[in-house]
Design a protein around this ligand. Structure first.
Ligand code: UD1
Length: 373
């Protein structure tokens, strides 16, 4: 029996742990133990996802909440350490690149508990992005680096990481997408918002470099004014972004864009439905670049770089940045040409079976020592 602590803290973690927990329930060799750090705590950012993804309630909830990077990271570390000492797992699994990912990895390393990082090796090469720091440090420390695409393996090798710590398993978030797409069909979100299929766009925006910076935010809004004149834009708004609209005094400007429809954050199934029937997606999220690649929906990424280049090489993603004219031009180009979904290319091992490959890797690596230990 392998006892495995699975850590989740923020919204983009939940769809990554759900298939892993489900696979462990099918395989008697594994005993999963879910730790929720509480980095995200609003109902709409957390519990809604447990419901939609059929995730069992966490075994432990650390309730750390928001704070500066140092305060939040430290709070997760302090709260997680006693759980680790008490539960004595064979493995800890961390996913993605949020502060909880880094914090729990650090605690494991100090206590010489084996840690596996799911979604290892992604690099934006932009150290102004907090997630890039989390990725670099997590991958230096973790014992087993489970990668979503082969460019990630190459990044790890280039950083001098030993070959026997790297394992290409594919993209676990796509397991969730494939598992839930059928259920998402019964979502009533399009009727509720009075939207017609393929005649609206979806926007998500929450990166500090876009929403905490007045100039970048205003450039994006200028582009949205023009795009919204062609088709409605549905904007499920992240709590950070809502707060910054108030703080930066942008409320009137946002409200003045008539077909920019702000709605509260929505759950996984509603979002999947909304995204899968959209004409266009605009985003600064990492995961959405991957989901639109699999769904074949044109995606305009409002960032200067991506840690997921495969979504540009093989998928529907365009890295456009925050220049108003470039965003408008990319949107017009996407809207002027019908999307051809007949020859969709999906990256290798984005096949819905990544969770089982993750469990195989944990099982086969059960006797490896801790990294550097
Ligand atoms: C975090 C992750 C980011 C991920 C994003 C997805 C880090 C460094 N960042 O960013 O990688 O893409 O989650 O959402 O880990 N807040 C609420 N309710 C909540 C959670 C947050 O109101 O449930 C507000 C608080 O004001 C908080 C702010 O949002 O200060 C930011 O939350 P935080 O967890 O610090 O970072 P995110 O921007 O959500």
């Amino acid at each position: 029996m392998l006892k495995v602590i699975i850590v989740a803290g923020a919204r983009p973690n939940f769809m990554k742990i759900a298939p892993i927990v489900a696979a462990m329930k099918r395989r008697a060799e594994f005993q999963p133990f879910i730790v929720h750090t509480g980095q995200h705590y609003d109902e709409a950012m957390s519990e809604a996802f447990f419901r939609d993804l059929n995730l069992p309630s966490p075994d432990v909830y650390l309730g750390v909440g928001s704070g500066t990077h140092a305060a939040q990271t430290a709070a997760v570390m302090t709260a997680f350490e006693p759980v680790l000492l008490k539960e004595k797992p064979d493995w800890v699994v961390v996913v993605g690149d949020v502060n909880s990912t880094l914090a729990c990895t650090l605690v494991c390393s100090k206590l010489q508990v084996r840690v596996a990082h799911v979604e290892a090796g992604l690099r934006s090469r932009d150290r102004a992005m907090p997630e890039e720091i989390n990725r670099l440090v997590t991958d230096q420390l973790a014992d087993l680096l489970l990668t979503p695409s082969l460019d990630a393996d190459a990044n790890l090798r280039a950083e001098g990481i030993e070959e026997n710590r790297i394992r290409f398993v594919g993209n676990v978030m796509i397991d969730s997408l494939m598992n839930q797409l059928e259920r998402a069909r019964s979502s009533t979100i399009l009727t509720t918002l009075d939207l017609e299929e393929e005649s609206y766009s979806v926007l998500t925006l929450h990166r500090p470099s876009n929403v905490d910076e007045q100039n970048a935010f205003v450039r994006i809004l200028a582009a949205l004014e023009r795009i919204a004149s062609r088709l409605p834009i549905v904007f499920p708004i992240h709590p950070r972004t809502r707060k910054m609209i108030d703080e930066l005094g942008l409320g009137d400007r946002v409200a003045g864009i008539s077909d920019l429809r702000l709605i509260d954050p929505i759950g996984y199934l509603d979002f999947l439905r909304l995204m899968s029937r959209a004409r266009l997606v605009l985003t600064d999220s990492g995961g959405i670049q991957e989901e639109t690649t699999v769904l074949g929906i044109p995606c305009i990424t409002l960032r200067e770089n991506t840690e997921r280049p495969i979504t540009v090489e093989m998928g529907t993603n365009m890295i456009v940045g925050t220049d108003s004219a470039k965003i408008i031009e990319a949107a017009n180009r996407a809207l002027d040409h019908a999307t051809d979904k007949s020859n969709l290319r999906v990256p290798e091992l984005w096949d819905g079976h990544t969770a089982d490959r993750i469990l195989d890797a944990l099982s086969e690596s059960r006797h490896v020592g801790t990294a550097g230990g």
